[in-house]
Design a protein around this ligand. Structure first.
Ligand SMILES: Cc1cc2nc3c(=O)[nH]c(=O)nc-3n(C[C@H](O)[C@H](O)[C@H](O)COP(=O)(O)O)c2cc1C
Length: 138
């Protein structure tokens, strides 16, 4: 099954998990980089409210996901929700894809946003086949 791991990472943790995931599956690794980058302050002031409202942000390059059957979306959890570039990645999903959601957080839980994240992906005509949380710190 042709698989892409598409990720956003602000401070590197999701990047390392995404690399490991792509290597383990023999998948292509694609990074989503927002045009307007966050810093530690704006991640909180701008990023968190947008994450909660499931807003997307423009990316430097829109990855072409049409060739893949399965797409693994990875992002850090901000204020309980995936960081805004995750929502842009969802908007770029062609319909009919199998999607896995892997979110990286300090707590290892994004439980409160699970239903809304699934609903967003389903609204694109895609099927959520897995949804998993990864804890970044011990
Ligand atoms: C703006 C901001 C908000 C965060 N909110 C949460 C949160 O709600 N729950 C949590 O467990 N961790 C939260 N974290 C911690 C990150 O999810 C965690 O450090 C993650 O591993 C960062 O991934 P990255 O290095 O790929 O950016 C937050 C971090 C930032 C910068």
């Amino acid at each position: 099954m042709k698989t892409a791991v598409v990720y956003f990472s602000q401070s590197g943790a999701t990047r390392s998990f995404a690399r490991a995931e792509a290597n383990a599956r023999g998948a292509d690794l694609l990074e989503a980089v927002p045009i307007k980058k966050y810093n530690p302050l704006t991640a909180f002031t701008r990023g968190c409210p947008a994450a909660i409202r499931q807003k997307s942000v423009p990316l430097q390059q829109a990855p072409d996901l049409s060739a893949y059957e399965r797409i693994v979306l990875m992002a850090p959890v901000w204020a309980g929700f995936p960081a805004p570039p995750f929502n842009t990645m969802v908007n770029l999903l062609p319909s009919g894809k199998e999607v896995e959601v892997l979110l990286v957080s300090a707590s290892g839980s994004s439980e409160k946003s699970h239903d809304k994240v699934r609903a967003l992906i389903r609204s694109k005509g895609c099927k959520v086949v897995a949804q998993r949380d990864i804890r970044s710190h011990q």
